[in-house]
Design a protein around this ligand. Sequence first.
Ligand code: VGL
Ligand code: ZN
Length: 210
Amino acid sequence: MIEIKKKSVLIVIDMQNDFLPGGALAVENGDQIIDGINKIAEKFFNEGNPVVFTQDWHPKNHASFASSHEGKNPGDTIKGIYGIGPVLWPDHCVQNTSGAAINERVQTKYGIAIVRKGYRQNIDSYSAFFENDHQTPTGLSNFLKGLGVKIVYICGLALDYCCYFSAIDAKSEGFEVIFLKNLTKGIDIPENNIQKALESMKNAEIVIIE
Ligand code: VGL
Ligand code: ZN
């Protein structure tokens, strides 16, 4: 198990039923990271470092759903809608549904907070820090700064969407960022998206732990 420095937070991204096998937007092998996430969350907790969970939390007919756009299917792209896309998704993580629930095997008891995102009809939020207009804050950055956090560890789903954008935004907010690659799984749409995400993170001087 890795050493965890003081003033660190663990952010566990979107470990919800809809992103796990059998879910509406299932990430392949997403369930394989649950045990590892529980172990590291326990370690953070035991050492007095905070753990934060995020939850993708969309209203019905959210603008990120293909079903909200005539003639579009999940996986199709759409351009020119501010804060949406370019990829459109199947209906997923609809508020108060079982698909939106964090999987019961995931030990949220270690968490100090659950940050919800994507709850406004016409804008998506991949990042735990900013909505997809890249300027509306979720409040997480100042929350973490208020706790004295300097280092952000990222794990969860999906590597190339919510984990990636959260890592980039954490870095731009002045945190040191450590990306726990073995505790994430990716969607990889469009093709090679995972590889691209990993390269952009390296270029942004995010530490990727294998
Ligand atoms: C996510 C696509 C749509 C994620 C959320 O959690 O990575 N991806 N909504
Ligand atoms: Zn979503």
